[in-house]
Design a protein around this ligand. Sequence first.
Ligand SMILES: [Zn+2]
Length: 323
Amino acid sequence: MDQDGRKHPVGGVDYPRTLQEFHGWFPSEAACIKYLQRIRWPDGFRCPRCGGASAWRTVRGQFRCATCQRQTSPTAGTIFEGTRKPLRTWFLAMWYITSQKQGVSALGLQRILGLGSYQTAWAWLHKLRRAMVRPGRDRLDGEVEVDEMYVGGAETHVVGRKTITKSIVAVAVEIRGRASGRIRMRRVDDLSRDSLLPFVKASVCPGAVVHTDGWAGYGGMDKLGYDHRPTNLSASGDPAHVVMPRVHRVASLLDRWWLGTHQGAISPKHLDYYLDEYIFRYNRRRSRARGMLFYRLLQQAIRVDPAPYRHLVGGKTHPDPNR
Ligand SMILES: [Zn+2]
């Protein structure tokens, strides 16, 4: 590790790459605050009220704007606002969440960090999931498979498109040769056009080739500018996993994650946030530097408004373009 380079990297990476490097970068609370400041104000301090560029440091580590006297801290207006725990513990939480390929459950996080309460670990995970959606993120492009899957609930046997306790999740996967590119997923209320087409519009660029089965809910896509190529499953005689191999692969990986890391315990009202975490991981699955995911998560965490606990519990405020 470059001892000097890590503070002011020039052309190098701006994040730790291993847990050992993590401890080197963030030996103290002060180092974490400094790093957060640098990511929040890369060109130097900016007053959130007047845009002023000069500030005094107060005894309590706050910035007082030299122009309008407004006091602010690097955590104000981020998901870390008002936290009573050290920022370093948050950094560690983000490190574990992003470095574990399958993520961690609230119980796992509580144990790793030695947090006193399960509730805190649960709330942290939910706050961080809110930072996993990049506002205005790009839509999928090229050739895309779209299908839907059922998750959750105790039903072991679901026939066709009827479901009682499960949630319906629409899935879109980019086709990249034989492999898959990026994915998008979103819970949908039902399988009507009114539910499915908004998902497609929010997830896929117009002009893309969209493969679906012959379900009527996907009809009318041509009018939205897509090159729609439906395959009638009963006519082709192929089962769905042959016609939509990528969606089905993603669906089974999601199932495994859901049952493994979270032991199937995800309530429908929080499902969208878990999907966000899954998408965040999946779309960066080939990233060789896990530290990059930590860095991205932190960057997004300072752009997301603080979510009060009551919003977390209610599962509200999901920035869903479909609803
Ligand atoms: Zn100011």
